[in-house]
Design a protein around this ligand. Structure first.
Ligand SMILES: [Zn+2]
Length: 142
């Protein structure tokens, strides 16, 4: 990985670790943070937000991506996620992978950075985490 790419990954991991501090996880005690690099160059962060009615809980990744979209940016180039001591502790759930597929700038190139709390990370892509993605369809009345 080039120096510039590594710097961006490092920065996103740092921002995800910061965002994790804001996690609202009184029930699971499982805090997650995410940081998205939008195609507009801005970084959008998110944390998981639980609810006493468990099904209403929102993941950190989708919080960050939805913040990006609500600010007018509909594509992202990279996302970092951090949850625990191991880089894969914050591997995204199926719902988040689907949302990443919707807004990834390029399925094969958009990075998914799985980070540990100590800052170590591994880099995957949206495509590597979600083969055979459902990202478009043709309306049946066409
Ligand atoms: Zn999720």
């Amino acid at each position: 990985m080039a120096d510039k790419e590594r710097q961006i990954c490092d920065l996103l991991v740092e921002k995800a670790i910061e965002a994790r501090q804001k996690a609202y996880a009184p029930y699971s005690k499982f805090s997650v943070g995410a940081a998205v690099l939008g195609a507009d160059g801005n970084i959008y962060t998110g944390c998981n937000i639980e609810n006493v009615s468990y099904g209403m809980t929102m993941c950190a990744e989708r919080t960050a991506i939805f913040k990006m979209v609500s600010e007018g940016c509909t594509q992202f180039d990279a996302i970092a996620i951090v949850a625990g001591e191991n880089a894969t502790d914050g591997a995204p759930c199926g719902a988040c992978r689907q949302v990443m597929g919707e807004f990834a700038a390029d399925l094969d190139k958009t990075k998914v950075i799985l980070a540990a709390l100590n800052g170590d990370y591994i880099v995957e892509t949206v495509a590597s985490l979600m083969p055979y993605p459902f990202v478009k369809f043709k309306p049946q009345d066409e």
